[in-house]
Ligand binder design. Structure first.
Ligand code: KG4
Length: 341
């Protein structure tokens, strides 16, 4: 029997809908919200309003591109959290309405679990792309989270390390902001870093126990470093932008990779994956490949369009929940914090 799942994602500033049939991606529509760029960060109230405007046309486009009618959808999966509450509410309310109207099961999805399961989306243009084998370790790095996750099965995951303050993506974005780069700064730092010398400047790395991360110290020291240099040389940032980006990027990557290598050794796991928005970073992808060769890992990176927020990853997670009949009730409420999920 064919199983068709509609996925909905609205946790931050992307409204997305995707259709997956038996694990194969039929469509993945993403409406990004340009409205936040002029503020240098996501404004929650504006995000909720834009989701409200986008959700119906985005779902309609996803169904049409997939060639699927609402009646052919077997189950609807929606991000329950973590994320911005008002934004989540739009997706969750829509999904409940759809579930009632079509009399289909509803599956609630943890956004972070979704990022990891993006590896199991089969794309028609690359159907034989290898998928991680259980158990594997996943370095999940996004705008809101930096975690090392032990993945035992599709729906059996354990967070073994987490950031105690800022996420890696936040470090990229906030440091970019102090350099005067537009939001989100991560992709721009990645681009500029390619022309810079990663050894030009040295930034302190945190000493945090276990497999946990910390990025707020790096962000602060980067800010003070710039302030001191700009005081002496007003166009310091302009003159050294590429070197600053390259040095900062390599520091973030070293911090991320050191803990990942430690975790792989301790858990004796050689299946290693990246996930989340920052997994698009070219330096991080190269560092993973290098470590893979050195330590004999099989490494996995998601396709670029499935690294940032998207509904395909929500639909695939919903698909595994559907198979296990893990359905949500209509009283399910969105949860802003991961701890409340
Ligand atoms: O996963 P995501 O879309 O949002 C969350 O769920 O948090 O991740 C967005 C983050 C932003 O911080 C953005 O700057 C970062 O991913 N990002 C990158 C790159 N592409 C996106 N960071 C570094 N290099 C990139 N190429």
């Amino acid at each position: 029997m064919e199983i068709t799942i509609l996925g909905i994602e609205s946790s931050c500033d992307d409204t997305s809908a995707a259709v997956i049939r038996d694990g194969v991606l039929l469509s993945n529509v993403i409406a990004s919200q340009a409205v936040h760029a002029e503020y240098g960060g996501v404004i929650p109230e504006l995000a909720s309003r834009a989701h409200g405007q986008n959700i119906v046309p985005v779902v309609d486009a996803a169904l049409k591109r997939a060639g699927v009618t609402p009646e052919q959808v077997d189950g609807i999966a929606v991000t329950r959290g973590p994320g911005l509450l008002g934004s989540l509410l739009v997706g969750v309310s829509f999904a409940k309405g759809f579930a009632i109207a079509q009399n289909t099961p509803l599956m609630e999805v943890n956004h972070l679990q979704g990022h990891i399961l993006a590896h199991f989306v089969t794309r028609p243009d690359d159907p034989n792309k290898p998928k991680p084998k259980f158990p594997f370790l996943c370095l999940l790095v996004s705008g809101g989270n930096s975690q090392i996750v032990l993945v035992r099965d599709y729906l059996d995951m354990e967070i073994i390390g987490s950031t105690i303050d800022d996420a890696a993506g936040e470090a990229f974005d906030k440091c970019a902001k102090v350099m005067g780069l537009p939001y989100p700064g991560g992709p721009l730092i990645d681009k500029l870093a390619q022309e810079g010398d990663p050894k030009a400047f040295k930034f302190a790395k945190p000493t945090v126990g276990g497999f946990d991360y910390s990025f707020s110290g790096l962000k602060t020291s980067f800010l003070y470093f710039l302030r001191d240099h700009v005081a002496e040389e007003p166009d310091f940032i302009e003159q050294h932008k590429a070197d600053l980006c390259a040095s900062l990027q390599v520091t973030i990557i070293d911090i991320l990779m050191n803990k990942l290598i430690k975790a792989a050794k301790q858990y004796d796991i050689t299946e290693i994956a990246l996930a989340g928005g920052v997994s698009a970073n070219s330096g991080l992808r190269a560092a993973l490949a290098t470590a893979g060769e050195k330590y004999g890992w099989a490494t996995y990176v998601p396709p670029i369009n499935l690294t940032t927020d998207n509904a395909a990853m929500i639909a695939i997670t919903g698909y595994y929940k559907y198979l296990r009949e893990e359905f949500a009730g209509l009283d399910m409420a969105p949860a802003a914090r991961a701890a409340d999920l």
